[in-house]
Design a protein around this ligand. Sequence first.
Ligand code: G3I
Length: 374
Amino acid sequence: MPDGETATPSRRAMLGLAACAARSAAFGYAPIARAEPAAGGLGALAAAKGLMFGASFAVQELDKPTGALYAEIYRRDAAIITTEIELKLHELRRRPGPIDFSGSDRFFDFATANGLLARGHTLIWHDYLPAWIKALPPKEAGALLEDHVAQVMRRYRGRAHSYDVVNEPIAPWDRLPDNLRAGPFLSALGEHYITRSFELARAADPGARLVLNEAQMEAETPRGLEFRASFLALLKRLKARGTPIDAIGFQSHLAAGTAYDFRRFADYIAGIADLGYDIYLTELDVDDHLLSGDIARRDDHVARLYRAYLGAVLKVPAVKLLTLWQLADSASWLQHLTGPTRRRPARPLLYDAEFVRKPAWHAVAEALLDMPAR
Ligand code: G3I
């Protein structure tokens, strides 16, 4: 807490909360009138309960005219940041030859300079691959995997809190055995590519927490339930082989209009935790593209979805990390999706285009205030 800040909320903070509450109430969303964190923001609220809080971070946002505002909300609200694109194969290895670490170095340097922990996303993924890697014969793809995991993690040894070592291993639409996702690394090593990646990661940086990260399991839909079943079966096979996984990442990309039963989902993640894993919620955002009505109504609905989801999953003691997929609407990946229902700017996150807190920020703050301590 900065010098001079009192432990009890300052009059300014309370007035700030009252103003926010009034504004939020105008949306029909009346946050619990509690002490807005006088100093540390959402990261401090989370830390008080033993939870790591942050968001993905894109260094290229720093180069925009709003770069200073962008950096400021992370300093205020985040305790940890995740590489959104800087550590992906397409960014590191656009062409054969030496790895281009310029973007990832800039990310880790920002984290260090601002006292933030760093998450590396993601070492091995089927997507966002340069064409030359997609074209590799299986044997060479296997050799690349061996070299890549070791090189990247050795470079940042001791500087990363955790890595999404493998991302999104399940894809029912690929119609492969066990619903595994197609890709050059599966073609090279079969399912063993996952265990091998984690073994290399453990050897390269024993101090980093190693995460298997997956999407699409939050929904109470046939697809969501299929993902949960396939992922649990995969995890049991990986565990039986002694794969060194420390935590399971649930991406948590929610969408207004999707069917959810967050209590049942919380039971599922508690069951995963019972296998001996920490739970990380790694890419939380709320897609509002199917919502109708004005901004106030959409923001209110988004806030309620954040509140409902976090109210359920933060009850699970094994949930140790919560990171959103950006903090500000303008930086969301959802701005780049197109389609007949996506003609308006997306409003999935906690700060609007002017970097002003939205009702969703207050919903997350309330969920953190209400959650049981780890
Ligand atoms: O940086 C280039 C820019 O120079 C160029 O002008 C522009 C237009 O071609 O592209 C820019 O690169 C884009 C990059 O994001 C940075 O904005 C890539 O085309 C685009 O494909 C890339 O999308 C990212 C996507 O992963 C693929 O890496 C999204 O930002 C990122 O949010 C998204 O994140 C994924 C997670 O890794 C896994 N879970 C799902 C999540 C959302 O799809």
